[in-house]
Structure formats: C-alpha cells, structure tokens
Design a protein around this ligand. Structure first.
Ligand code: MN
Length: 232
C-alpha cells in the first residue's frame, strides 16, 4: 500500500530500563481530581469525574535528567503548569471494573498538563470546548515510563513541582478524588481503552502561571522526575 503523503511518525515514550519504546495511542486527562485544586478553581471537589483529551502528538518527551525546551505557546498570556501522575495503559478494554483495572496498567510516568488558562476561562464562560486551552502542541510533557512492577507505592506517592527551585505544588497521589483504578473504570465506560493510551490523572493545588525563562522540575516519588525550561 502507498499513501498520498508520508504518514506522521508514531509518537513514542521511552521506558525506564528498556530500549523498547511505548507507542502512544490517545491521551486522556481527568479534570479537577484533587479536592484542593477543585476548590482553587471555584468548585466543591465533590463532582463525578470528567475527562478531556489531548492529541497523541501533544507529547513532549523529557529524557532522564535532561531539561527539555518548551517554547511558550501563542495566543495566551496565562500559561499554567499542572503536575500530574500519568498512567500508561498496556492492555485495553471497555467496562473495566475498578477491581480489575490495575492489570491493565503498563506503567507510570510524570507529566505536565500545560494549560492556556485564559483560553480555558473564556471557554468555560462561553460554554465552549477546552481543546484550544488544553490540546495544543507540546502541551503534554512526559518523563520516561517506569513499568508498574518497578514503580514504588504509586497510590500514596508524593507528587510535587518546583518552579525555579521553589515549591509550587506538593501533595500525594493518595489525595486523588478518583483513584487510579476508579479512573480507569470510568474512562473505560466512555471509551474503549487501548494499549498505548496515557491517562493524565489530574493535578493537586498550586497551579500558577509560568513565563519564558522559568524552569519547571517535578516528580512523583518512585516513578520519576521531569524538567522543562520555557523559552520565548
Ligand atoms: Mn490537568
């Protein structure tokens, strides 16, 4: 078979301790999944889970201890960081029960759900989709994936983000409103999960703006760290 033009390359993420790479299928994101973050965004933190997606090629792979360059995106004056635990799906399915969900997990990574907060606020006001606020290019920086068996106690791990060496976000994955298994259960009712799907599980409180020149350094203990520097 030939194509009318060369197909886009498969988006992949490195795997800790392996030369094999994880091919990305879809990127699901959970909204307002930590109570204090829901409250800082003006909500009670007691709602049913909801989701949005980013395109697979929104991924920005951050290898090991390198600091990746992240150009400041256009059409925003208020780019925010959201540090998140990312779940990498290795086995697909639909209507997955929470009790069976962790068997579908390949591994875990650290990610940033970069957000054009001004565009999101306008979209909320107008009742419009979040795509332009959330799904832009390079909006999903991600570390290498640590296979689940090699990860620490992810369900209770510390999650944190520093900007220019100072704490901005610090919490624990134990504070997720909908935990990893429950999140997989909910998503798999709405979509058929496939190997290669990534789930950005939500961010704790402390989201704020970053500007060109800022260095973001975040992590989930037992999973990994990532570092990006914003350029103009
Ligand atoms: Mn988020």
């Amino acid at each position: 078979m030939s194509y009318v033009f060369a197909p886009a390359p498969v988006v992949t993420v490195p795997v800790v301790g392996s030369t094999d790479r994880f091919p990305v299928h879809r990127i699901y994101c959970v909204g307002r999944n930590y109570v204090e973050h829901a409250q800082e965004m003006g909500h009670t933190g007691r709602e049913a889970p909801f989701f949005f997606l980013k395109p697979a090629d929104a991924v920005l792979v951050v290898n090991g201890t390198e600091t990746a360059d992240l150009p400041y995106p256009g059409v925003t004056q208020d780019l925010h960081h959201e540090i998140e635990l990312v779940v990498a799906i290795g086995k697909g399915g639909s209507n997955i029960a929470a009790a069976d969900a962790l068997a579908h997990v390949y591994g875990y990574a650290v990610g940033l759900d970069m957000t054009r907060r001004d565009l999101q606020a306008e979209a909320k006001k107008q009742g419009r989709p979040w795509c332009a606020a959330k799904g832009f290019e390079l909006s999903a920086p991600i570390s290498a994936i640590t296979p689940a068996a090699q990860a620490g106690a992810v369900e209770s791990a510390a999650i944190w983000l520093q900007v220019n060496g100072e704490d901005r976000q610090r919490s624990t994955v134990a504070k997720l409103i909908w935990n990893i298994a429950e999140t997989i259960e909910h998503i798999s009712k709405l979509w058929t999960l496939a190997p290669g799907d990534l789930i950005y599980t939500g961010t704790p409180a402390g989201v704020a703006a970053v500007v060109p020149g800022d260095t973001l350094y975040g992590g989930v203990d037992g999973v990994g760290t990532l570092s990006v520097k914003l350029s103009a």
